[in-house]
Write a protein that binds this ligand. Structure first.
Ligand SMILES: [Mg+2]
Length: 152
């Protein structure tokens, strides 16, 4: 929470799969539900932005009472920009939270949004996700060696 206060964050773009729910689950765990409620009580406006299909994204969004964008095609810019606009937020006061470097973090960074990479909460994963994950580890290693992203 203090990260959000320190950076004057007013809006959050949150990923769905493996960020607030494992991809093979249709439930948001109670602690995460409470976390999202607490953020909203603190005045943070939240939108789910997911590359997944409408049926799944809508179901979670309805359960959480949050607006959403499905088939978002992250890391491309369009859905991030649409979310920022719909949230009525300033880019420098918006944070993207997700579990994937390529889609969530690089996509958000390319627009000057704050980004937070979370540990994926997956239990079982698609093979494709594993491959992507391996690439992410490689990138992470490179980032560590070159001392991180350009940090404003
Ligand atoms: Mg994800």
């Amino acid at each position: 929470m203090s990260y959000l206060k320190n950076n004057d964050i007013e809006a959050m773009i949150i990923d769905l799969d493996n960020t607030i729910a494992p991809w093979d689950s249709d439930q948001v765990a109670e602690p995460d539900r409470q976390w999202l409620d607490a953020l909203q009580s603190a005045g943070i406006r939240i939108m789910i932005v997911s590359n997944n299909k409408e049926k799944r994204v809508e179901q979670f969004a309805a359960g959480l009472g949050l607006p959403y964008i499905f088939s978002a095609a992250k890391p491309f810019k369009r859905s991030f920009l649409k979310a920022v606009e719909l949230l009525g937020a300033q880019r420098q006061r918006t944070v993207v939270v997700g579990d994937q470097i390529f889609t969530d973090v690089l996509g958000g960074n390319s627009l000057g949004l704050h980004t937070v990479l979370v540990e994926p909460m997956a239990s079982k994963e698609f093979a494709g996700t594993k491959v992507l994950r391996a690439m992410e580890r490689f990138v992470l290693k490179k980032i560590t060696m070159t001392e991180g992203f350009d940090d404003e």
